[in-house]
Write a protein that binds this ligand. Sequence first.
Ligand code: HEM
Length: 567
Amino acid sequence: MSCRSIRQAVSFPVVSISPSASSLISHHLIISSFQLFTMENSTGYLSSDSHHAVNLGMDEPTGKFGLYLMTIGAIALVYLVQSTLTAPKVFKAPFVGFRSFWEPRFLVGLRFSNGALKQVTEGYSKFKAGVFEHGMFKIARNDSDILVISNKYVPELRSLPDEKLSAIRGHIKNLLGKYSTTTILLESDLHTRMLQTKLTPNLGSFVGTIESELEYGLEVEVPKDLQEFKQVHIYELLLRIVARISARVFIGEPHCRNEEWLTTSIQYTENLFTTVMILRRLPKWTHPFVANCLPSYWATHANLATAKKIIIPIVNDRRAKEAENDPEYVKPVDMLQWMMDAADENDGQPHKLAHRQLLLSLASIHTTTMSAAHALYDLCARPEYFEPLREEAKQVIAEDGGWQKTTLNKMRKLDSFLKESQRFNPPSLLAFNRIVMQDMTLSDGIKLPKGTHFAMPAAHILQDDDLENNASSFDGFRYFKKRQDPEEANKHQFAMTDNNSLHFGHGKYSCPGRFFASNEIKMLMAYLLTGYDFKYPEGKSRPVNLTADENLYPDPTARLMMRAREQ
Ligand code: HEM
């Protein structure tokens, strides 16, 4: 038995008893032991008056000592029983990352913060080599243990409802809920529903909207004097343009041009993640104290206050106009209006709608920017892809006579490049984060207790040579080639998910904004590729990705050389 499994074997109280019942029992035990102590004391059993001492067959001092011992023993027993009965059931799996049996868990968690890749790789290779029973292993993140399970379970788990297996609680737990203002997600799935039922089915009619905001964004954000190559802070540039497009689709014109909204919607995510990443490195009991000392924590709340200041008047104004029944009034077509129309009394409160707008920004702006930045970094590292992608973009736009609903679907090479770039630079090493809400039994008989937090090693799965040919080499047209087969023509798309492609999740709770993200990134890339040349500054190459826990980021400080192309 390995050290790790020994560590596990000693920590599994699996008695099933409800916490309320067990605490009642232990409460009685504690009271009884204190009653014993006080009753005895009142009747003089432990009194210093030796005449009242009951003869227990010992000398008087020994008798007192014995009673002390019994009392302490009773209390210890009570605590033992209580902790045994109330401790949550835990699934037994070996941990990765420990250097020795004696290493404190906290240190392993700290190492995960900066070296998650090493630990997940260790787990995945041992799992593949059959070292781990069940092929499951645990990550010791400092805020929580995460059970890493195989993607072979995706088919049986992907459609389970939130009451059984909760994706949203997984997000909230990862974001340390109350310290990141995200517990509102538990109130309803309003914004997710609107993305699924309104935005995604209407994406075709948003092509023009995205195009116009993209053109405006490029005009405002891209430096003017680009006849010669000039160094640009590319991440910042992409971030501002993506924030503008998102704002246009989320809150419409003219508010999407409000500079205060743009900076708030960008900074909210940055402040929130700074807070979460600092707190996750520390034990849970420190969070309430430390959070209050973090400027980023207060900045998140300040962002929320600003969002409310901006969005509440918009909601009130729209409602007032609607109430006037003016036949001239045309309802805006954007996420805010869809949410206003579909919300119940609670969700429809203007401050809650404002809060959800920030959550939409959190889910969409940096994720989309990171994908686009990775793709540009990969392109500059492999410049041979520039021309074929440019050619494709020019050809399909010409074919369609401008940007039409169908244009984006025709950009198969670009789609393939984005998917391959994501395969190499995923947003996270672990996807399909779920919290088990009721004890469950998997199809092979493995029992996962309520409360288990599990995830799947999404990055390693897609980079596994056994699952994908030449997985370790970058092939920008890997998926384009697969789609040449008529039977595969509509598969392998960037926004599509399957049992192996989990970077947007998969199934009932997969990312509801991924089709919008895909359109946005493709249009942005097509504009950048046809309008500009890019390369690394002299002596520079692709910046190494950064990690924080399981998350991966493109280096936001990297610079690219950018030059306007002659049209
Ligand atoms: C390349 C960009 C993006 C990536 C990589 C990404 C990835 C993900 C992933 C992995 C999940 C969790 C799925 C699961 O639990 O199985 C998720 C959830 C979600 N995503 Fe995305 N996403 C992206 C863009 C967007 C955009 C543009 C939007 C909005 C328009 C969006 C809205 C959401 C929402 C609402 C959720 C559910 C969680 C929540 O309520 O906050 N995402 N996304």
